[in-house]
Ligand binder design. Structure first.
Ligand code: ADP
Ligand code: ZN
Length: 663
């Protein structure tokens, strides 16, 4: 019997601890099992990562008990956690703990417990016969699966080209080999149809995760996977940690999606974790998108990834024509009163007359997005954040979209006491109101996180839309991805510029991706389709190429800019953020840190200290230092020792984000 174990904890400490195993433990110690340990003066949960027969320290303390009858982590997941530690600036234990549902972290639920939950109801579907392009792509993937090889496939397929069908058939092959697989999707609430298609093909072999799920339900699914009942896992980023015994395939749908990055410790990127897990498991991974990220496409161009392409829509229809509406001209001719341009109105009118449907997209909720004093220029901001207060008409409140602070609408300027306040800017509520005015007979609903907060609200609207009991949905990114409705022949983008003005090197890429995705909802059937994009900068390259459906031209223009300015994919970034409620403290602290980094890392390539683009958030002042390096691991290896022992100062917090998705 094992006499000693090495244990890690979820503390941010870079080491293991050794404990002795008493004779009377109920379960035998094994790698991947949880234990209760005495730690300083408290009792904690720890995870066994190594078994030993000799003590490494003198008289190690005995552990309290072994919690699990069966290990909860495979060796492969423990190794994966080690990789996360080396790549994303966290401890091994922090990475490991991110892999399990909440209740297991506290050492609570025993592995035999299971909560009963109602099953998903779906109509079963059969595989489609692949078209020529799909067949070619599938041949490549099947070959790799048969050879049990690790390979990264970058599936670049235009919207409606049958990517999801590829995922389904590749997964089917994996199941037939007795293996299992994971498909990552951006936030499930954004892609209900994709989830449904997996469930309808694989029935109760599918486990589904989403972020609004109760902890008990999460545990349930986790247990079904652990027991080998569920062999296809569909979920957001954390689903990459599913306890599959013999994973044979990993799929990342909409690979450039920012929601794959976790913003808290461990700050991992699920796409890159998927690639590493696939490597450890000797399995292929498919990254899919109509708009691959610059990083991934660059890797495909260099030959590191295997590029597979779908260039035709299943319907054999061309991609929908995109009309750009220059809102500067619209603004002039209609005395500034435009939310919905005359072009958009005309196209919508034609569409509705033909009894077809439309999606109208705007990535901002609320009614007016800021309150401005015409006399003194004052803009009402959140008292805790650097963000304008947004007027919500339905609730009749001003709301901060970052911290959710609410206040009554104001009529007098708090700065100059004048009554010249104007409610400006357009949110989804205003668009909905305008459209109802223009088309009083049309059946219109709004889909954003304000209307969709109730459980099931989402499904309800989409079902109504499917049955054509609705003509138009106005919505935020909730309607941008994955929706496949044959009768949608018109898509409108109310403001294409919303992302362009963000001080972030990815703002062009985000804009291109969003327009491409939203446009892709139109014309997916023989009915064809048309897209209207409103913008103040039709000449911007991201908008211009998106309107022409030209990923390659966008890519080459963008990649040249990145090369010149030295941004990813040509370097890897680390963002070090310091925050404090006292502005003075955070500035001083960041300056000291910058000096320290320069001293400890000779030749460091660094931007800053600079205030974060949103300097104040939830009452904290935030300053950044951006370090540029060759790759994640080298960055972590250099920065970790350099900042060891750095004294942040009173009330100052620090976060290190490798591969940050926001600046
Ligand atoms: P994407 O994921 O690239 O947007 P989908 O996989 O959703 O494309 O395919 C678009 C539509 O075409 C879906 O309704 C899907 O069911 C259908 N489809 C996909 N492949 C085929 C095929 N080989 N034959 C017929 N219909 C198909
Ligand atoms: Zn706020």
């Amino acid at each position: 019997m094992t006499k000693y174990v090495e244990v890690i904890t979820s503390l941010p400490i870079d080491r293991t601890f050794q404990y002795a195993v008493p004779d009377n433990v109920e379960y035998s110690p094994e790698i991947g099992k949880r234990v209760h340990i005495p730690f300083r003066s408290t009792k904690r949960v720890g995870y066994i990562v190594k078994l030993e027969n000799k003590p490494m320290v003198e008289n190690p303390r005995p552990l309290i008990d072994v919690i699990d009858e069966e290990p909860i982590f495979t060796k492969e997941l423990i190794d994966l956690a080690g990789w996360i530690k080396d790549n994303y600036f966290c401890s091994w234990g922090e990475a490991l703990e991110a892999m399990i549902p909440g209740p297991l972290k506290h050492g609570k639920i025993s592995m035999t417990t299971r909560v009963e939950e109602e099953a998903l109801e779906v109509v079963p579907t059969e595989p489609h016969k692949p078209n020529r392009e799909q067949k070619k792509v599938l041949d490549d993937i099947h070959k790799c699966l048969d050879e049990k090889r690790h390979e990264v496939f970058l599936l670049h397929g235009i919207t409606g080209s049958g990517k999801t069908e590829i995922y389904l058939q590749a997964m089917e092959n994996v199941l037939s080999k007795g293996k299992s697989g994971v498909i990552l999707v951006p936030e499930i609430s954004l892609t209900p149809q994709t989830v449904e298609r997996f469930a309808s093909r694989f029935g109760d072999k599918v486990a589904v995760f989403h972020s609004k799920m109760l902890q008990s339900a999460k545990f349930n699914e986790w247990k079904r996977i652990k027991d080998g009942e569920a062999r296809v896992v569909v979920g957001p980023r954390s689903a990459i940690f599913s306890p599959l015994e013999d994973p044979g395939l990993f799929i990342v749908d909409e690979e450039p999606e920012p929601s794959y990055k976790q913003e808290d410790v461990p700050r991992y990127h699920a796409r890159d974790v998927a690639i590493e897990r696939a490597r450890i498991s000797n399995a292929p991974v498919i990254l899919g998108s109509a708009t691959p990220s610059l990083e991934s496409y660059h890797k495909a161009m260099s030959g590191a990834y295997h590029l597979i392409e779908l260039t035709q829509r299943i319907s054999e229809k061309e991609l929908p024509k995109v009309k750009l509406v220059d809102m500067r001209m619209e603004f002039d001719t209609r005395s500034g009163k435009t939310v919905v341009s005359s072009v958009m109105t005309d196209v919508l009118r034609k569409d509705l007359a033909k009894k077809q449907q439309a999606l109208i997209f705007l990535n901002r909720r609320g009614f007016s997005t800021f309150v401005l004093c015409r006399k003194c220029g004052f803009v009402m901001k959140c008292p805790k954040c650097d963000s304008p207060m947004v007027f919500h008409k339905t609730k009749n409140e001003l709301i901060c979209h970052y911290c959710n602070v609410r206040m009554a609408p104001i009529e007098i300027c708090p700065d100059c006491n004048g009554d010249y306040l104007m409610y400006k800017g357009t949110g989804t509520q205003k668009v909905e109101t305008e459209l109802k005015k223009i088309f009083p007979e049309a059946r219109i609903e709004r889909m954003d996180s304000d209307t969709m907060s109730k459980r099931g609200a989402h499904d309800k609207v989409l079902k109504k839309f499917t049955k054509h009991e609705l003509d138009i949905i106005v919505g935020t990114q909730m309607i941008a991805k994955g929706l496949d409705f044959p009768k949608v022949t018109m898509v409108g983008v109310v403001s294409a510029d919303a992302n362009l003005n963000l001080p972030d090197f990815r703002s062009g890429e985000r804009t291109f991706n969003l327009i491409t995705q939203v446009a892709g909802r139109a014309g997916r059937s023989d009915l064809g389709g048309e897209v209207v994009v409103q913008t103040f900068t039709p000449e911007h390259y991201a908008i211009k190429w998106a309107a022409k459906h030209d990923f390659h031209s966008f890519y080459s223009e963008e990649v040249n800019a990145r090369r010149e300015l030295l941004f990813p994919p040509f370097v890897t970034l680390a963002k070090i953020t310091l925050r404090s409620k006292k502005e003075e403290n955070v500035i001083k602290s960041t300056e000291r840190l910058a000096k320290l980094l320069k001293k400890k890392i000779p030749g460091i390539n660094m931007i800053g200290p600079v205030p974060s683009p949103m300097e104040k958030l939830r009452g904290f002042y935030r300053w950044n230092i951006i370090v540029k390096g060759e790759d994640r691991e080298t960055l972590v290896k250099k920065i970790k020792p350099a900042i060891k022992g750095f004294r942040k100062g009173p009330g100052v917090f620090m976060a290190v984000d490798i591969d940050p998705m926001t600046m």
